[in-house]
Design a protein around this ligand. Structure first.
Ligand code: ADP
Length: 187
């Protein structure tokens, strides 16, 4: 259980915005802002591996070995167990490093959200929590990321009937405020 409560909801309650720790969310899947190595890093990636335990890293190594020996490309997503987390699954996606993709950052960030939601549906979950992909060390401006993530999620949910909750988890209240000021949800 989590004591965080929704600051705001959108799309008839299918999208919730909260301030909290992604590793503590009582949802069926959480998304990890991974790096292409899939072997762990700092920020939210480190927090998820610390809280979830070694089973997640073990599966990531296997995914690297069997499917992505060169690393997971930016914008793509893969799924592992949730290990010791409450979540059953961790969906690992690699955000764009802002300024390093020749103007394709927005499309790549949208791909992160779209591909993660597609995997969540494939895994039959009804609830998924996202951190704010790429807005930490990858430097994506929070206002622009809010625009892209909200549009992509709304577009996905407009044709999906399975997902009951997409939870957007911000580590700090100020980050959630920037999201709320810049999101483009239609309601
Ligand atoms: P990236 O490399 O994709 O930028 P980071 O982990 O550096 O990933 O940051 C992504 C976002 O996750 C940032 O907005 C950061 O504030 C947030 N964050 C860091 N730790 C947590 C956590 N435990 N729960 C939720 N969000 C977190």
């Amino acid at each position: 259980m989590t004591s965080d409560s929704a600051m705001r909801t959108f799309l008839d309650g299918r999208v919730t915005v909260i301030v909290g720790d992604i590793t503590k969310q009582d949802v069926e899947a959480i998304v990890n802002a991974a790096n292409s190595s899939l072997l762990g890093g700092g920020g939210v990636d480190g927090a998820i591996h610390r809280a979830g335990g070694p089973a997640i890293l073990e599966e990531c190594r296997e995914i690297r070995r069997t499917r992505f020996p060169q690393g997971l490309p930016t914008g793509e997503a893969v799924v592992t167990t949730g290990g010791n987390l409450q979540a059953l699954y961790v969906i690992h996606t690699v955000g764009p490093i802002y300024g390093e993709h020749r103007g394709e950052e927005a499309e790549l960030l949208a791909n992160c959200y779209h591909n993660s939601l597609t995997l969540a549906v494939e895994k039959n979950v009804t609830s998924v929590a996202f951190p704010s992909i790429a807005t930490g060390v990858y430097g994506y401006p929070r206002a622009e990321a809010a625009d892209i993530s909200s549009r992509t999620i709304e577009n996905f949910l407009s044709t999906d009937r399975q997902l009951k909750e997409v939870r957007l988890v911000f580590f700090q209240a100020q980050d959630a405020e920037i999201f709320l000021e810049n999101q483009k949800f239609s309601e």
